[in-house]
Design a binder for this molecule. Structure first.
Ligand code: AHG
Ligand code: MN
Ligand code: MN
Length: 334
């Protein structure tokens, strides 16, 4: 029988350290956690309940929506709209921010999320996840407008992800360190299993979608060539490579054993400066990675410092083991 610290207990104890905390934030996190448990269940049942495959629709980014993208989005919204903690929500799957229905009270936080990350992996039974970011509403208790969400990542109050892998985990930062919890399905609670997660500063493992190679900019071309050259090359060591195509799974691997993940700027579609979205993918992951001692950059600037211009803005992402990210950033400066 597991009697570790539950996530509920962890959140309440964290809140006790903040003088004047009202319990609003604790309530909000609990609702997010409930949503992640429900999404975990849906992902887990998969084909048994007929929720695999794609819909005819596309989301605002012009991407094919999977049935589970839409189901996960609905779960996130239904779990978080009612309690009065939020002034608004924004999701990868929704063009505009979600307006809290009039019948519910408004609150002082904003929630942004990617309800199902890596969803191209759902049909092939490979890990997917959910990513979320919490900001303070600049105008508390008023319906949020797009501009309210456009705050740099440094303003995040909390960032986290749920990983629906061989076990379901929730990894969280409230701005002082990173902690990982594993879902005990029989108890129905996340249990603290990975306290104080840290990313080793050095690594020999990189992750990038190499099929885009011909579109990369010279600094990334150079970096990957040097990794591939191994012991005999300028880096003087052999590298290993991974690509899961679920950012949540890649970041989790990096938090566990180090590594570098790149979805860099490329010339494939000049209208897109990267693939990943700043507000609900890059920013929360950058906060988690930095809080674990790693680094997160576009190659040109720190991700958390970017002043967002639009809700679904895309950015290049290079994150992970600090010294390795510094190498790539150095090549961008040359
Ligand atoms: P999403 O499923 O939310 O659209 O995000 C998928 C993202 C990210 O998780 C992953 O690293 C990347 O897209 C994979 O892209 P490729 O298919 O180009 O490899
Ligand atoms: Mn995603
Ligand atoms: Mn998604």
């Amino acid at each position: 029988m597991h009697t570790g610290t539950t996530l509920t207990q962890f959140i309440i104890e964290e809140q006790r350290r903040i003088p004047g905390a009202t319990g609003d934030f604790t309530g909000l996190l609990n609702d997010i956690v409930t949503a992640c448990k429900a999404i975990s269940n849906a992902v887990n049942k998969g084909a048994l309940v007929g929720i695999m495959g794609a819909l005819e629709s596309q989301n605002v980014q012009g991407e094919v929506q999977k049935k589970l993208d839409v189901i996960s989005n609905d779960i996130m919204i239904r779990s978080n709209e009612w309690a009065g903690h939020l002034a608004g929500m924004a999701s990868e799957e929704l063009d505009e921010p979600y307006a809290i229905p009039d019948k519910y009270p408004l609150g002082k936080y904003l929630l942004l999320f990617d309800p199902l990350d890596g969803s191209s992996n759902v049909d092939v039974n490979i890990s997917v996840g959910s990513i979320f970011s919490i900001l303070r509403a600049p105008r508390p208790n008023r319906p949020a407008v797009v501009e309210d969400f456009l705050q740099p990542g440094t303003q995040q109050v909390c960032a986290g992800y749920a990983l629906y892998g061989s076990s379901t985990m929730l990894v969280l930062t409230l701005g002082h360190g990173v902690n990982g919890f594993t879902l005990d399905r029989e108890v129905g609670e996340f249990i603290l299993t990975h306290p104080n997660m840290t990313i080793p500063a050095d690594t020999k493992e990189f992750a990038i979608n190499a099929s885009n190679r011909r579109f990369w900019e010279p600094p990334v071309q150079r970096y990957v060539e040097e990794c591939l050259a191994g012991k005999e090359g300028p880096r003087g060591k052999d590298f290993n490579m991974r690509w899961v195509a679920s950012m949540v799974a890649e970041v989790h691997r990096i938090l566990t054993r180090g590594g570098i993940f790149m979805y860099p700027r490329d010339t494939k579609d000049p209208s897109k400066p990267g693939k990943l979205r700043l507000m609900y993918e890059a920013n929360p992951m950058a906060m988690i990675v930095e809080q674990a001692g790693g680094a997160a950059s576009t190659g040109y600037e720190r991700i958390l410092d970017i002043q967002p211009e639009s809700l679904h803005q895309r950015v290049p992402v290079i994150l992970g083991s600090r010294n390795e990210v510094e190498v790539v950033v150095g090549y961008h400066q040359n």
